[in-house]
Design a protein around this ligand. Structure first.
Ligand code: DQA
Length: 148
């Protein structure tokens, strides 16, 4: 069975309260619990974690290598400038999909750059919480393609 690690970066623990007009009303816990159901329906397992600290995210990316087939990552604002998270993804052989609730290209110009995109197999941006399920489906399709 495929195992996927889902990592959420800074301020995503505030979902539900944080700028709901941009990020929606759901809490991270609700979004992750829906994603668990989607994972079950698609015959895979997910684990998820959130941290406001860059080093935690980097450690979890490294630790995923032998445990998981792929990564789904919403790096929050680290998306736009963390070369360390970019390099951590590049250092592991497992595929990663980048997710954003908001459409980062329709917002402030500093959000238009993702330093992560180059090391991700794909990006989902602007579909709100549904983006996590879309990322999971895309990642599973990619992994199944790799098996053949
Ligand atoms: C975000 C977009 C980022 O620009 C922002 O810093 C976040 C959330 C999103 O999910 O839309 O924290 O990654």
């Amino acid at each position: 069975m495929m195992r996927i690690m889902v990592l959420n970066g800074p301020n995503l623990n505030r979902l539900g309260k944080r700028e709901p007009e941009i990020y929606g009303q759901e809490t991270l816990e609700q979004i992750m619990s829906d994603l668990q159901s989607t994972a079950k329906k698609n015959g895979c397992e997910i684990d998820y974690r959130q941290s406001n600290h860059e080093g935690d995210l980097i450690d979890w990316i490294h630790e995923s290598v032998d445990e998981y087939n792929g990564l789904i990552l919403n790096p929050g604002a680290f998306t736009h400038y963390s070369y360390a998270i970019r390099d951590a993804i590049a250092s592991v052989e497992i595929p990663a999909v980048e997710v954003h609730l908001s459409n980062i290209y329709a917002r402030e110009s500093f959000r238009h750059t993702s330093v992560i995109a180059e090391v991700a197999i794909g990006q989902v941006s602007g579909f709100g919480s549904a983006g996590y399920g879309l990322a999971l489906k895309g990642l599973l399709q990619y992994l199944e393609g790799e098996e053949n």
